[in-house]
Design a protein around this ligand. Structure first.
Ligand code: AMP
Length: 414
């Protein structure tokens, strides 16, 4: 019986895994420099946590969650995003603000798989909990841009909006409902329109996207406080020459957002051009049982970033150490070769050997594995206390003392 990947998932290996590792290790370094520390939360949480945070009438909760009952009948869900779990952890462990976390991991959404959209995908995200200052809005946007450009993505654009607080949204809801009433919407949108008309604006149905392309701007419904906050965010961005374009349609598909919302888009991705999205969520900590605490965060899709970088012909650096292959000629030599490989690995060289193949086939394998050097252990040379060192790039060979292998390799490898 042969099995296939589940639809919307993928295996990442060989050349591709370097890309993921490069993105993860570079992101870790940069995020730590910006004061974020890593948090790992479980891949599944109680279903209620997500439906309450993300919102019952969102696409994610209505259609996309991988929910199941465990053997004791608990309702659990594979995390569709990172923020809810991190805020749950923040409240559960009674952490004291300010807190800055980053997370790296897989997310699960039952979406229609296509290029750049999967059912299991990787996100790297940050959450800055505890500040209401517009400076933090700008800091996280600036960090997002800095990180994506350090990772190699150029020509980035910021879509920026403010979706206000509860007060502003009550005002805007009426205006939006009035606008939506006259539109021909999909069944889902008609059903959820009165409950949560904002979700109509992020419906993925093409007809809905077309007929709601110019909604009334929420910016005209902002209260004084939200207006001031947004104006300050824009002022700081302008002062630091961070360019953006305002997009009053940017509601971002999750109910917990308040005030500033943003996305970073790139032309490299075609229609699904958003690589990173985020915003403020000033009510979420309170809604999940904590003290009222403002917060802001973002996440980018690693899979989507890889696609964008590939499309931009970015050359991913290979961060792995150069490989040394240890080959042998006879059974007696194989034992010595095994000993040498063991010795070199404890000295932190990256070594590989094969126990079955002929010498010719071993050298072929060394080539396929892109070894930089091969140490050939032969009975004849062993008698002289030597091995052969073969440069795999030009095929040149020379004899070296067994005792001096490490020394020689260090000189060549660095
Ligand atoms: P969101 O969590 O919806 O705000 O999305 C943030 C980022 O995650 C997006 O900009 C994408 O890069 C990525 N993303 C979201 N959904 C998917 C998906 N189904 N497949 C791949 N990447 C995704």
């Amino acid at each position: 019986m042969r099995y296939k990947l589940v639809k919307g998932t993928k295996d990442i290996f060989l050349n591709d895994i370097n890309k993921w590792q490069y993105i993860e290790s570079t992101s870790k370094k940069i995020l730590e420099d910006f004061g974020y520390s890593e948090i790992r939360t479980p891949i599944f949480e109680s279903t209620d946590l997500f439906s309450r945070s993300i919102g019952v009438s969102t696409d994610i909760v209505e259609k996309e969650m991988y929910s199941f009952k465990d053997k004791k009948g608990r309702d659990l869900t594979l995390r569709p995003e990172g923020t809810a779990s991190i805020v749950r952890a923040y409240v559960e462990h009674s952490l004291v603000p300010p807190v800055k976390f980053y997370h790296i991991g897989t997310m699960y959404r039952y979406e229609k798989p296509q290029s750049g959209r999967y059912r299991e995908f990787y996100q790297i995200g940050i959450e800055a909990i505890g500040s209401i200052s517009p400076f933090i809005d700008c800091e996280v946007i600036d960090l997002a841009l800095f990180l994506l450009s350090k990772l190699g993505l150029t020509n980035l654009k910021i879509r920026l909006n403010s979706i206000g607080c509860r007060k502003c949204r009550e005002v805007y809801k009426k205006i939006l409902l009035e606008y939506l009433k006259k539109k021909e919407l999909c069944k889902d949108c008609i059903r959820r329109m009165n409950l949560n008309p904002f979700r109509v604006l992020d419906c993925k149905n093409e007809q809905c996207i077309r007929v709601t392309s110019t909604p009334p701007s929420i910016l005209n419904s902002l209260c004084e406080d939200c207006k001031k906050h947004f104006a300050e965010v824009k002022e700081i961005l302008a002062e630091y020459k961070i360019s953006y374009f305002e997009d009053p349609r940017l509601f971002r598909g999750l109910d917990y957002y308040t005030k500033t919302t943003f996305e970073i888009v790139t032309d490299e991705l075609g229609a699904k051009n958003s690589v990173l999205g985020g915003g403020r969520y000033d009510y979420l900590v309170e809604e999940l049982g904590g003290d009222s605490t403002p917060a802001i965060g973002w996440a980018f899709g690693v899979d989507r970033l890889v696609l964008a970088l590939e499309s931009a012909k970015f050359r991913f650096p290979d961060e792995s150490k150069k490989l040394i292959f240890i080959a042998w000629t006879t059974e007696t030599a194989k034992k010595q070769a095994f000993k040498i490989a063991r010795r070199l690995r404890t000295e932190e060289f990256r070594c590989e050997m094969n126990y079955e193949k002929s010498l010719k086939a071993q050298l072929k394998l060394a080539d396929r594995l892109e070894a930089k050097l091969t140490v050939i252990v032969g009975t004849h040379e062993l008698k002289e206390g030597k091995v052969i060192l073969r440069n795999m790039e030009d095929g040149s060979q020379r004899k070296i003392d067994i005792e001096k292998i490490e020394l020689e390799l260090k000189q060549i490898m660095c």
